[in-house]
Design a protein around this ligand. Structure first.
Ligand code: NAD
Length: 461
């Protein structure tokens, strides 16, 4: 830039930045498997060497405990990269397929191809994992990528923008920080795939913008993930629910949003929930190093509004100044109360009693399709009925959230909770085209039999 030339605003510089990434992709640099492997290894090294910096940023943005940050952001992402690295040779392999007799001699094969330049837009709640896990799939498949971290986790966004270029190819993987204006400038560009994680409202904006360029999208959205409790060790069930609900102070897309419990099990479950929450974060969770904070005032106000939607069984205290909301269990909640209509995304757990599994499934299926569903019972037949009767991004028995740590399981929503899935090979497939290649020689003109005029065919078909 010459002296006196005004600097472009972040949004105004987007077209040139995207064009530069496209040029790198067009040069073929990202296609060799060696380049992909080098990127994945560098990403793993970055997560190990710079873990402290990411942990400090996550603490600043969300009050995330260092161990929680390690487990849910660093190690899970590194495991995803290690899995991709281990299986890359297999995933990138060309598959020969048989050719029908009438077309022979010929050969046919399917070759996974990168899509091109992909855009990854991430949210604030797991701002490292939800930006880098899709990137792993994009790199494994040989794409160049533009990354847009969330402005609502500013320390993490800045850390990523600073650290990533030190490890990854800085011309093929570009981080563009910013809020809505930058996002919209990005969405005006043509990409070969857009991978968006976040809420439904913006999901629709992304899909509308993508339609303009006929760009395929993955939408990783949220929803009210139900947990149904029928029977079992209620203390252990309460621990699993509380773990899923309290991690990241409830700001987890697959957190159990609400509980449907049989009238019989309800009193014991409510007591157990109060007890295990104290066990996890102490009598005064505001002093606990194991308990996070709400991301901003807007979400704090929305969440504290829910506290009046039922009877507070445990918890209920909050401090706006500290963005703190005590883990809270609500009972006597009407099904039409806002806390039972909107995704909670915070440490408030409404518990609603039901007659049986049928009534629970009716309540679940009357709502938009959730990202995850959880059933707690030891009955295999009830488990099968739940699997068959409920529509959700995933079905999980007797555990919550930990399903995310299985790299072979596709992670994604259905209906209102999103479209497309990733993790492991599913990420590779999301960012690849399964391209068919058919080839034949010209020496023997064996296709002549199918050419017009068709008179010769009569009677033969
Ligand atoms: P957010 O506000 O951080 O938004 C996500 C991204 O969209 C950000 O990068 C933001 O800059 C961008 N954005 C915001 N407004 C925009 C606009 N008008 N145009 C274009 N881009 C825009 O995150 P959020 O939406 O508050 O995230 C919470 C939601 O995400 C919850 O519903 C949660 O369930 C869901 N979620 C889903 C998953 C999943 O994996 N399925 C994971 C985490 C969160």
């Amino acid at each position: 830039m010459s002296a006196g030339t005004p600097a472009l605003s972040p949004a105004a510089s987007v077209p040139a930045q995207v064009a530069a990434v496209r040029k790198v992709y067009a040069s073929g640099r990202t296609r060799p498997v060696a380049w992909r492997k080098a990127q994945l290894k560098a990403l793993m090294r970055m997560l190990s060497e710079r873990e402290q910096e990411f942990a400090a940023a996550l603490q600043a943005d969300l009050g995330k405990n260092a161990l929680e940050a390690y487990l849910t952001e660093i190690s899970i992402t590194r495991a995803e990269a290690a899995h991709a690295l281990k299986h890359l040779a297999d995933w990138t392999r060309t598959t020969r397929v048989p050719v029908p007799l009438g077309l022979q001699p010929a050969s046919a094969k399917v070759e996974p191809q990168p899509l091109g330049v992909v855009l990854i837009i991430a949210p604030w709640n797991y701002p490292v994992q939800l930006l880098l896990a899709p990137l792993i799939g994009a790199l494994a498949a040989g794409n160049a990528a533009v990354l847009k971290p969330s402005e609502l986790a500013p320390a993490t966004s800045a850390a990523i923008a600073r650290i990533l270029p030190e490890y990854l190819d800085p011309e093929a993987v570009v981080v563009i920080e910013g809020a809505q204006e930058v996002s919209q400038a990005l969405l005006a560009e043509r990409f070969d795939h857009i991978f968006y994680t976040g809420g439904e409202r913006v999901g629709k904006i992304v899909m509308r913008a993508a339609a303009e360029h006929l760009t395929p999208v993955s939408l990783e959205l949220g929803g009210k993930s139900p947990a149904v409790v029928l029977d079992g060790n209620l203390t252990s069930i309460a621990r699993r629910l509380a773990y899923g609900k309290l991690i990241n102070a409830g700001q987890t897309c697959v957190a159990p949003d609400y509980v449907l419990v049989t009238e019989e099990a309800a009193p014991k479950l409510l007591r157990a929930l109060a007890k295990v929450m104290r066990e996890f974060v102490g009598k005064d969770p505001s002093r606990s190093a194991n308990y996070g904070r709400i991301v901003n005032e807007g979400h704090f106000d929305r969440l504290t509004g829910y506290l009046a939607d039922g009877t507070v069984v445990s918890g209920g205290r909050s401090s706006r100044e500290d963005l703190y909301i005590e883990p809270t269990v609500l009972a006597d909640v009407p099904l039409d109360a806002p806390v039972m209509q909107e995704e909670i995304f915070g440490p408030i757990l409404p518990v609603v009693t039901v007659r049986d599994l049928d009534q629970a499934m009716e309540i679940i299926n009357a709502r938009p399709v959730p990202l995850a569903s959880y059933l707690f019972t030891s009955s295999a037949s009830q488990q099968r009925r739940f699997e068959q009767g409920v529509r959700a991004g995933s079905v999980n028995h007797n555990a919550a959230i930990v399903q995310l740590a299985v790299p072979e399981l596709p992670f994604g929503g259905a209906g209102a909770s999103g479209m497309g899935a990733y993790h492991g090979k599913h990420s590779f497939d999301t960012f690849s085209q399964a391209r068919p290649v058919f080839s034949k020689g010209t020496l023997l003109d064996t296709l002549r039999v199918a050419y017009p005029p068709y008179n010769g065919f009569k009677g033969r078909i």
